[in-house]
Design a protein around this ligand. Structure first.
Ligand code: 5RP
Length: 225
């Protein structure tokens, strides 16, 4: 199976955890896209009654096209389960997210969820975080100053751009600075530093947040809890 097939495998497997009546956080990305398709099928074919809370405009558009009922995070009093992808997961279940620039809403939805599940193909697993560039969402005003601070600290920042060279904007119209770190020895210390920087809205370190990971392997999905 290629990477896309592994993503499909875990996306389809993950909807087995969704039960009638649940409020479900719907992540963002190419793996989640398969999960939302499979969820839409259950809604349509089984009459599964759920409410989705989306983490990006992209996912909201897909969910609406499949007639999945949606509410915003502020309209629900809890979220039972959030299913999302990840860019890198360490051996101790810490994660980097935000490759799809949706980290802010993803973290808001995840931190308001009773259970969080990540669905990944096996290429996303690593011993130590850092091989995937760490996204940091910053407000545009003063972002050059934040960038320079990161540069002075040796964090190897780059602004994320669109294919045409323009600055990428998140759903909240912010910028993303990617930190090319190679290794993150102490994710908690780095997370504390990043969130204290004025102008930083959120970062892509998702620490102590996940309950279940479904990994797409050649011989089938592996559930890690
Ligand atoms: C988006 C994310 C995604 O979950 C992450 O980038 C994984 O994406 P994909 O499933 O396409 O590999 O964090 O902000």
């Amino acid at each position: 199976m290629d990477q896309n097939q592994l993503k499909k495998l875990v996306g389809e497997k993950s909807v087995e955890w969704i039960e009638d009546g649940m409020i479900v956080g719907l992540g963002t990305g190419s793996t989640v896209k398969f999960m939302v398709d499979a969820l839409g099928k259950r809604v349509q074919e089984e009459g599964l009654n759920i409410i989705g809370v989306t983490t990006s405009n992209r996912t909201a558009e897909q969910a609406r096209s499949l007639n999945i009922p949606l509410k915003s995070v502020d309209e629900v009093d809890h979220i039972d389960l959030t299913i999302d992808g990840a860019d890198e997961i360490s051996a101790d279940f810490q994660g980097i997210k935000g490759g799809g620039a949706a980290l802010l809403f993803e973290k808001i939805v995840a931190t308001n969820s009773k259970q969080v599940m990540w669905i990944v193909d096996e290429s996303k697993l690593s011993q130590q975080l850092g091989s995937f560039p760490l996204p940091v969402e910053v407000i545009p005003y003063g972002s050059q100053k934040v960038f320079e601070r990161f540069e002075a600290k040796g964090l190897n920042p780059t602004f994320r751009k669109n294919a045409d060279g323009s600055m990428l904007r998140t759903d909240s119209q912010n910028y993303i600075i990617d930190l090319h770190l190679k290794e993150i020895a102490d994710p908690h210390t780095l997370a504390d530093y990043l969130i204290k920087q004025v102008g930083v809205v959120e970062h892509g370190l998702f620490l102590d947040m996940v309950n279940t990971v479904i990994v797409g392997r050649q011989d089938g999905p592996e559930v890690l809890e």
